[in-house]
Design a protein around this ligand. Structure first.
Ligand code: NAD
Length: 453
């Protein structure tokens, strides 16, 4: 048996003992996970510093604080989420008990990505534990140091049979995907998303796919451009643009393009100093493969700001491209780096048309002071989430479902949505063996007289 097969078999066996189901067990595991984040902050931050050159404060802000608050919320609400949910009845079932009972699915496979390696791997695990499942955790191999720390730390805090960590790259993930799971929760790019779905189909395993794509950012002439650009700068260049919901490109009227460039340039300087390369809050590109991929996108567009890079330090300066054409290289795939193209468009109609021509994005950003523009963007486009006059923060609202649509993914999570996503919502109807007279009307022989017609 391979290492992967063994981990899955052990998780299945542990699940079959039934010990993942009692709420006390789930809460205990979640509290242990919370303890991991308070006690091991330094080890976690050191590994992320090596992988992504993130500062310790940055790791807390963008990775662990969100997880800790998700755990607290889940512990607080678990009893309510797991309880039977009474539903409306029809005439035939008026005297019965009818409810939805969430139940665990079984063994879940969680495959994480590298850009926020703790957030995107542990957030689904919180949902899996809360819903009473076993879960095999596969962190991204791209964050070498973090994957190792995760593999070492998780078994020290949570049940290692029920929630094993399997490390490795593509061959190990593919070996895992050959096993039978009851749900696969994948975060990563859309190309691999298709492979995941393909593998899942063999066992009819349901999937959640948290993918990416090109999230548009529309700036209306009617808005405070200076504030809009500050927020866009933060949303775009945080984690060096390696954020699934980073604004990918800007659509704006040609008359405001220069102003937008100037304002973003000003904010880049404010946030990351004159020398972002040495700024502790800027980070780096994950590896040279991604650096080459991103810099190749600059070739056929005009650089307005930045554009310089240093391969040996995996550094690409915060970059803005101006007057970008839809056919340009940078517009052919998700950028996932600190390059911000601006596409001039002359009307809201044109912007809507452009957005609808592409795949449905994970996020859509609209900056405007005009309610009509908000309404039209909301009603005439589609995306995983919509955020008006800010970037990224919808991710932090656990009462909102987080997930994609179409090419940006399927299924959603965060808060109760994670619990529901990783539960089977079992429809239950409990009848008594009484009042048989009422039931008689549905038994044959069917006559109009029986129905009183
Ligand atoms: P990655 O390279 O870390 O891959 C993700 C996982 O897929 C890894 O665990 C890896 O082992 C596995 N994998 C890679 N190739 C595989 C293959 N051929 N077969 C089986 N498994 C394979 O991460 P990535 O894909 O570069 O991540 C970036 C992408 O993820 C971006 O598109 C980004 O938008 C998206 N993303 C989405 C979210 C979200 O919440 N929707 C969050 C983070 C990242």
């Amino acid at each position: 048996m391979s290492r992967e097969q063994q981990a899955v078999a052990r998780a299945r066996k542990a699940f079959e003992t039934g010990r993942s189901k009692p709420l006390e067990h789930r809460i205990r595991q979640l509290k242990n996970l919370q303890r991991l984040f308070t006690e091991r902050q330094k080890v976690i931050a050191d590994a992320i510093k090596k992988d992504l050159n993130k500062s310790e404060v940055g790791t807390q802000l963008y990775e662990t604080l969100g997880l800790e608050s998700e755990i607290s919320l889940t512990i607080r609400k678990l009893k309510e989420w797991a309880a039977p949910r009474p539903v409306e009845k029809n005439l035939l079932t008026l005297s019965d008990t009818v409810y939805i009972k969430p139940e665990p699915l079984g063994v879940v496979l969680i495959i994480g990505a590298w850009n926020y390696p703790w957030a995107v791997t542990i957030q689904p695990l919180i949902g899996a534990i809360a819903a009473g499942n076993a879960a095999v955790v596969k962190p991204s191999e791209v964050c070498v140091h973090t994957a190792k720390v995760m593999e070492e730390l998780l078994p020290l805090y949570i049940d290692k049979e029920l929630y094993p960590v399997v490390t490795g790259g593509v061959p190990e993930t593919q070996e895992l995907l050959r096993q039978r799971f009851d749900h696969i929760f994948y975060t990563g790019n859309s190309r691999v998303g298709r492979l995941i779905m393909d593998a899942a189909a063999k066992h009819l395993t349901p999937v959640t796919l948290e993918l990416g794509g090109k999230s548009p950012c529309y700036i209306d002439k009617n808005c405070d451009i200076s504030i809009a650009c500050r927020r866009i700068t933060w949303g775009k260049y945080s984690n060096c643009g390696q954020t699934c919901i980073a604004p990918d490109y800007i659509l704006c009227d040609p008359s405001i393009q220069d102003r937008v460039i100037e304002e973003i340039k000003k904010s880049i300087k404010e946030f990351y100093t004159d020398d972002p390369k040495t700024c502790p809050d800027y980070g780096c590109i994950i590896n040279q493969h991604h650096l080459k991929r991103i810099t190749a996108m600059l070739e056929d567009s005009t650089v307005a700001v930045g554009g310089d890079y240093d391969e040996s330090h995996c550094y690409i300066a915060p970059t803005i491209l101006r007057d970008v054409r839809p056919e340009a290289k940078v517009m052919q795939e998700e950028i996932f780096g600190p390059v911000l193209p601006i596409l001039p468009i002359t009307s809201l109609d044109e912007a809507i048309k452009f957005i609808n021509k592409g795949e449905k994005p994970l996020a859509l950003y609209v900056f405007t002071s005009d309610d009509k523009v908000i309404e039209r963007m909301r009603d005439e486009t589609s995306s995983g989430g919509l955020l008006v006059n800010d970037c990224l923060v919808h991710y932090s609202v656990s009462s909102l479902p987080f997930g994609g649509v179409g090419n940006s993914g399927m299924g959603c999570y965060h808060g109760k949505f994670s619990f529901d996503q990783l539960s089977h919502l079992r429809g239950c109807l409990i009848k008594k063996l009484k009042m048989e007279g009422v039931n008689s009307m549905r038994y044959p022989p069917h006559t109009l007289k029986k129905l009183g017609w």
